[in-house]
Structures are given as C-alpha cells and as structure tokens.
Design a protein. Sequence first.
Length: 542
Amino acid sequence: MLYGLPAVGRRWPGGLRSALAFGVPAIAAWVLGFHTEALLVVSGSFAVIYGEGRPYRSRWWVVLTAGGALVASVWLGATAGQMALDLGSTGWAQMIPVTLLSLLALVAVYVIAALRLGPPGAFFFVLVCAVSSYIPGAGVSAAHGAVCAAVGVASALVVSMSGVLWDPRGPEREAVGAAVGAIEKYTSSPTASAADRHAAAARLHAAWAAVYDAGAARSSSRPVLVQRLFDAHRAFAATTAVRADPDRAVDFVSDQLPLARPSVGYRLRRSLHRDSHAMSTAVRVFCAAAAAGGISVALDLSRPDWAILGAVLVLQQGPDRVHGTYRGLQRLGGTLAGVALFSAIYLSPLTGLAVIVVLMVLQFAIEVSVARNYGLAVTFITPLALLMGTLTHPGAVLEDIVVDRIVETTVGVAFAFAALWLLLPGAFRRTLLWSDGRVLTLGAHLLTVLRTEDVAAPTALAVRRDVQFELVGSALAGAEAAHNDRGWTHRVWSQHVEVDRLGYELLAHCWTMPDVGRMDDIEQWQRRLDAVVTEFDASTLG
C-alpha cells in the first residue's frame, strides 16, 4: 500500500490535458505581460481533472460545474482573506478563513461522497480557496482572482473536449469494455466469489451510467456498444439466477434496457442520514479541519490552511481506519519528498515562463500518479501548492516555508488520525446496518410494486435501479466494516451476505421473467424477505 504502483491503464492523456489546460492560457498571459494572472489561472484549470473518463456528451457540463465551484471557491477564499486583512493579524481574524475552509470542506465532501463521484474529490476546491485567502495580501481582489480562475475553466473546457475530434465514443467504450471483462470473469468461473459478483455489478452500474450520459441508450435504435453491454448484463443476470437455483432453467431474459443511476436529488437526499457514509465522512472532515486550523491559529503558526489541507486530503474519500492510516503516512512521506522537490525548484535560477513549465510538469505528474500511489501524488501536489503560495508570499525564506509546511501538515494528519480512530467510532457499524436496511426496504417496496405492475413497468424499473444502487453501497459498507473491525464484521457477515444475496437474486429474477412480465411467485419472495428482515431486526436489536 505504501510503495506499490498498481497498473491503472493509460493515464498520460489525462495528464497531458491537465498540463495544457493550465499551460496554454498561463503562457499567453505571461507573454502579454499579465505575470500575476498567469499563475492565478491554475485555480480554474483544475476543472479538467473532474471531466476525465466521462463521455463527451456530459463531460462539458461536468467541467463547467466543477469550474463554477472552483471560481466560487476562489472568490470566497479571497473575500474571507480580505475580511481577515481588514481586521488585522489577530487570532479571531485568522479564524475567518479557517471557518470558511472547514465549512467548504464539509459541503464539498458530503456532495461528492453522496453522489459517489470518487477521485479527485473535494481537495482541489479547498486548495484553491485556501490559496486565494492570501491573494488580497498581494493586492489581488476577489473579483480579479475569480476572473483569472474563469479563464482557467474556459481553457479546461476546450482541452477536456478536444478528444471528441478523434475518438468521440472513447470514454463510454472503455467503460463498457471494463464491465464486459468483469462480467466474463464472473460468469466463466464456477467458483466465482461474492467479490467477483460485486466487481461485475459495480462495473456494470458504471457502464450503464456512461452509455446513458453519452446518449447512446436513449436513441431509437440500439447501437452496437449498447447491445454489447446489454448482452453482458443478460449473461450476468442469467448466471446469478441459475447459481441461486441450480435446478432452474433460464430460457428467457428481458429485452428491456435498465435505467441509469438515480438522480442527483435522490442521491443527495438519501445520504441526509446520520448513519450514511457521506454524512459520517463529512462530519469527520469538518471536525478535523476546524480543529487543525484552530490549533494552528492558537499556536500562532503561519499557515493554518496547510493544516486544514493535510486533514482534508487524508479524510476526503472516507477511508476506513486501515487505509486512512496508510494514507496519512503517505501524506507525511509525500510532503517530505515534496518540500525537497520544492526546495530544489525554489533554489534554481528558474523564473517566468520556466516556472509555468514546471507547474505544467507537476500537473501532469499529479494526474498520472494519483490513481497509482497516493504518496507519490502528494510528492507533486506539495510543490505545486507551495509554488502557488509564492504568489502571495514573495521573498519568503525557504527554511520558513519548509518548516511551516512540515509542521502544519503533521498537525493536520494528527487530527485526521484522531478523527479516524476516535470520532464516531461506531459509524462503520451503523453504516453497514443502514445500508443493508436500505436494500431490504427497497426490496420490500419492489415486491409491493410487482403485485400490480409488470417487471418492466416504469415504476418497477425505477425501484430495480434503486435496489442496485443500494447493493453497491452495501458492498462498500461491508468492505469498510471488515477493515475497521474484523471481529464485529465476522459476527454480522452471514446476515450481510443474506441481504446481499436476496437483493441480487431478486433483481436477477426480474430479468429472467417470462415475456408477460408478471411475477406469479411473489408470496414466495415475500416469505424469504420477511425471514431475512426478521433475522436482520433481531441482530440489530441485539
């Protein structure tokens, strides 16, 4: 975990896009004499990262949405920084940016976790807000900083969409290929594990989201790519049904396309519960960020935002205790390596355009390494953030920068560890039980709908989609619980597996219903569900 470099496929195209999104407008601005603005553009160019891997039909909207949030983060950070500057250098004044950064981290982490958007997460929003809180000290207004960030967003949009010219279907084709490969692994092995089924289901879920985002599943005809994914889905459903009942012969699989992932509103609302993974993650991030920033201010450290960034970077993805601890160690190790790299750059004779080129190389390296090794990515994130900081602290002494960065990162990681191990210590248990309960509740709702509707009716399809979404969440919660407390998880694992098996087999049964689409064995499924619910309730109360 600390030193491995797993294969994750081609990352260099995304790295090149990330570098160009910043480099092109920054070099143009520098040549035209806008030297300060050239570095500020990087704040908006991070938007390109959020569009990676998405179909081009929806990518532009994702980049613009992320870009809008980055521009808002710049404006908010600069406004808070100006307020603190107006109040002087008191501790209360410094708490204004600390409070803003903590609240921003809370909201951003919750939204990204609830929507299950994955990397790069909320970090870059907090990063640009933190850096921008110091630009008023360099004579840059909030509006000026926001405009520069908007230029970076425009560049990110153009660069991100450039691939549509030579491979317009590339992203969805890769998603479908990954799903087909995972399903073939599951269906071809008689001894396939539940983990193989989960992997196939998650890839399948992501692939359908991709083809829907690409508009391919909404066309009147069925494109080859959609048919390939649909055939794999039917094979997955048929195999799951037969393995649930070996005596059953599956001679029919529905020809109805499944629906895409649940809406944004649904995903945000469902996680507004104290036991959801998104909620516990957001609470931990907020508390760790606020505490790290507050302690830094109390100790009169120069950059409390670095402590906040240290905590956010460790906790933002909601890792379990084991992975979170490894991530914290990688954060510390990457910071040490990163400040060494920054020192070499800082002491070099590089100026002007050469610094912009260095920032481009760092952005490329971050995008290439972030999916392979977190510590390696931090090695490049650290000098990038420090070079951005030189804009607001010109002439700063290198020794002070290095010492402050290491000390405050250590403070942030320490509070991240405290949040992981001490704050909400039973959250992973409640999350697993809540997730399994969601599967059972929606399973019961599906049976109620199927008493009066065909399995392919719009209402039934929507509930089937939601059951699938909850099953993926249940699998993630199970993995987190296993890493946090293997002993407790072992005691509830058989119950968790029964919930999981019931959900997948019910969905598979819906896929393999005869053409009339009406279930004639609902009572049998109802009895089975009731038995699992009874066992679940008894275990929960116990």
